[in-house]
Design a protein around this ligand. Structure first.
Ligand SMILES: [Zn+2]
Ligand SMILES: [Zn+2]
Length: 139
């Protein structure tokens, strides 16, 4: 992906969307308890983007959680109509916003650079030897 490429995404019903024209800072696969519960899946594909580069359309609802694993506050933005989790704001990293990878329109080139909270990973998941895994948050 070039730095001038714009990526966009939206929820299931389309009421909430976003776009950004900057290269993601990182793509991280998270196995933490909250990500599994929040996505209803085995892990979350978290695309970290500079917050000031992300333009949101529509009016997402927000629910604040205190991380089960690390106690940090998160604002979890979701569509109030269809319930899709779309964006997460980390209070300890306010300059970033996490885009839920599955909501992107173009999901190419999103291979994660690392996996975090691997000690919560479901037991059927085979670690990728080429990808760093951290038992908790990335150092
Ligand atoms: Zn929706
Ligand atoms: Zn997580």
């Amino acid at each position: 992906m070039s730095s001038t490429e714009t990526r966009s995404g939206h929820c299931l019903c389309g009421a909430v969307g976003y776009r950004f024209d900057r290269e993601p800072e990182a793509v991280v696969l998270c196995h933490c308890d909250d990500c599994q519960r929040h996505t209803g899946s085995a892990f979350s594909l978290n695309v970290l983007v500079a917050r000031d580069a992300v333009e949101i359309s529509g009016t997402p609802r927000s629910y604040q959680t205190k991380g089960t694993e690390n106690g940090e506050l998160r604002d979890r933005l979701f569509c109030g109509d269809c319930g899709t989790p779309i964006l997460t704001i980390l209070h300890e990293r306010p300059e970033l916003i996490i885009v839920k990878g599955g909501t992107l329109d173009d999901r190419s080139g999103l291979e994660p650079a690392a996996e975090v909270w691997s000690r919560r990973a479901q037991d059927w998941i085979t670690p990728d030897r080429g990808r760093p895994r951290f038992a908790g948050d990335a150092p």
